[in-house]
Design a protein around this ligand. Structure first.
Ligand code: SAH
Ligand code: SF4
Length: 370
């Protein structure tokens, strides 16, 4: 993807008429071309000139894993500097959701999350976020389908790279370009309060999710280290203001860690915080990432949802597909098939704990669709 402003600037520099910008931009965002050479409406000399100045694909697919029943795909995509990220496509009936990474690794360091274990190598640019979506959009087009939803829930903390995340949302939503409805786009934050406040003022009708995971500061300080900077009172003050300003539902994500955050104390604290019309809690069973935390059973999870509902909290148990290929929530950690990449994206900038290891048995692999 190339931002239309950059395109306009480059084309003007090449002495081209203004209408060329729309022509090239539509070929990228709608035609999903991967190379200027594929834009047949352009003169050959212009295609060559553009290729000499701009790169169409900021990320190149290096590996792809497909779940046994084909509903989930995880792609490893590499940037020009050797940094790589993972992105996931989940298809379900008419929905096709792409889960996008915003950073290479993550600086927050939640102890149950594989992305956090990598540390942070670098932020992604908006074009790199959009290219994760376009990668899967090409595959879907060949199947007569299109991307219906985008969730910024892959590697990284979107509000640590706020400007680029919002620029990516605008590019995806642009009616002249990819034209994805804003209500199909969701951004998830671990609780960066200034980001939530700013998001409340955005003109686009995007969805927001806040990763809560604990409703007491003592436990949340441990599970989401960002809580030490933005404790619960501050976080909920921003959440209140958000729903007041937007009049939109606010989703809270809660990774259930067996015997850690599913006790009566948390249920009571959650009820105190969340008994409110536009708040909705999503419970997600912890996907194992090789750490100290255990996944609760389906029965325990349903029982927790019942206790919460009886306490007045609107809540749902959410599926988190893709565990067979380490593509479920919290499992994105740059693993290449059969090769453990310690802390690794290959660019040498990652500074986290050791992560990696071979893909779990049962993963079905295919060649990249592009
Ligand atoms: N950094 C942002 C967005 C990316 S994480 C955030 O934390 O919200 C996306 C979601 O995956 C978050 O709700 C996160 O808590 C959840 N997650 C992380 N590790 C997980 C795990 N091991 N099992 C299930 N969900 C996990
Ligand atoms: Fe970062 Fe989100 Fe993972 Fe926490 S859960 S380490 S904020 S990606």
């Amino acid at each position: 993807m190339i931002d239309p402003q950059t395109l306009a600037h480059t084309l003007a520099d090449l002495g081209q008429p203004a209408y060329r910008t729309g022509q090239v931009y539509r070929a990228l965002a709608r035609g999903l071309v991967t190379d200027f050479a594929q834009i047949s409406e352009l003169p050959a000399s212009l295609r060559r000139d553009l290729a000499g100045r701009l790169v169409v694909q900021s990320l190149v697919p290096r590996d792809e894993l497909v779940s046994p029943r084909g509903a989930v795909r995880k792609a490893l995509l590499e940037a020009g500097d050797g940094c790589a990220v993972e992105a996931v496509l989940m298809t379900y009936r008419r929905r096709a959701t792409v889960c996008v990474s915003t950073q290479v690794g993550c600086a927050v360091g939640c102890p149950f999350c594989a992305s956090g274990a990598l540390g942070l190598a670098r932020d992604l640019r908006a074009e790199e976020m959009v290219d994760q979506v376009l990668h899967f959009a090409r595959l879907l087009t060949s199947l007569g389908r299109r991307v219906t939803n985008v969730v910024f829930m892959g590697m990284g903390e979107p509000f640590h790279v706020y400007d680029e995340t919002l620029r990516a949302c605008r590019l995806l939503n642009d009616p002249e370009g990819f034209a994805l409805a804003a209500r199909g786009i969701s951004v998830s934050t671990a609780g960066v309060v200034p980001g939530i406040r700013r998001f409340a003022t955005e003109p686009l009708q995007l969805n927001l999710a806040v990763s809560l995971h604990a409703a007491t500061d003592e436990l949340r300080d441990r599970l989401v280290p960002l809580n030490r900077r933005y404790p619960l009172d501050e976080l909920f003050s921003a959440c209140e203001d958000y729903v007041e300003a937007r009049g939109r539902k606010l989703f809270f994500e809660y990774v259930v860690l067996a015997a850690v955050n599913d006790g009566d104390d948390q249920v009571a604290a959650l009820a105190r915080r969340l008994r409110r019309p536009l708040y909705h809690l999503n419970l997600i069973a912890c996907n194992e990432t090789g750490g100290e935390f255990a996944r609760p059973g389906a029965r325990e999870l349903a029982a927790l949802a019942d206790r919460l509902r009886r306490a007045g909290v609107a809540c749902t148990v959410r599926r988190s597909p893709g565990g067979e290929i380490a593509a479920a929530c919290g499992q994105l950690a740059l693993r290449r098939r059969g090769v453990g990449q310690a802390g690794g994206c290959g660019c040498g900038r990652s500074g986290g704990r050791e992560a990696g290891g071979p893909e779990p048995a049962g993963a079905v692999s295919t060649a990249s669709p592009t």
